[in-house]
Design a protein around this ligand. Structure first.
Ligand code: HEC
Length: 124
């Protein structure tokens, strides 16, 4: 009986360690990186955080000439500047941190965008 209790404690202890590690590997809040898509995951983020300045009409005025909308413009930007795009949203040194004047994207948004770009940024 005593042994059973000790094992019970051990299991609780081990599973809490495991949980701590999982928290470090994955951002909190159940980030879905399995079904990342342009329409479901990436476009909504750009719509709310980037297109105010980088849409096709305003890019030359407020977005330094970088049009990230519609998808075809984003695609051609990424074809030659995917690293720059990621550097900007990751706030990497040497890049202008984006969104300009706004808070950094969430860990989950960054994970999903990274994954979408790594998979060839399909219009899915
Ligand atoms: C308030 C307007 C504004 C918003 C919102 C904004 N940008 Fe920008 N962006 C700019 C301007 C202006 C520049 C030119 C560099 C600078 O002034 O910092 C720029 C530059 C960039 C660059 C080039 C960075 C470099 O270092 O060369 C990228 C990539 C970029 N933006 C992507 C984004 C993305 C992705 C978002 C949304 C997550 C976003 N921007 C949101 C205005 C904005």
């Amino acid at each position: 009986m005593k042994g059973g209790i000790a094992i019970g404690f051990l299991l609780v202890f081990l599973s809490s360690c495991y949980y701590d590690k999982a928290e470090e590997l994955y951002p909190p809040g159940n980030c879905d990186t399995l079904t990342v898509g342009w329409n479901s995951s990436v476009k909504p983020v750009l719509q709310s955080k980037c297109y105010g300045c980088h849409n096709a009409a305003s890019a030359n005025v407020s977005g330094a000439g970088i049009a990230l909308e519609p998808y075809s413009n984003l695609q051609s930007y990424l074809n030659s500047n995917a690293n720059r795009f990621l550097g900007a949203i990751e706030h990497g040194s040497g890049y202008s941190p984006m969104p300009k004047g706004g808070g950094k994207l969430s860990d989950c948004e960054l994970l999903q965008i990274n994954q979408w770009i790594a998979s060839g940024y399909p219009e899915n």
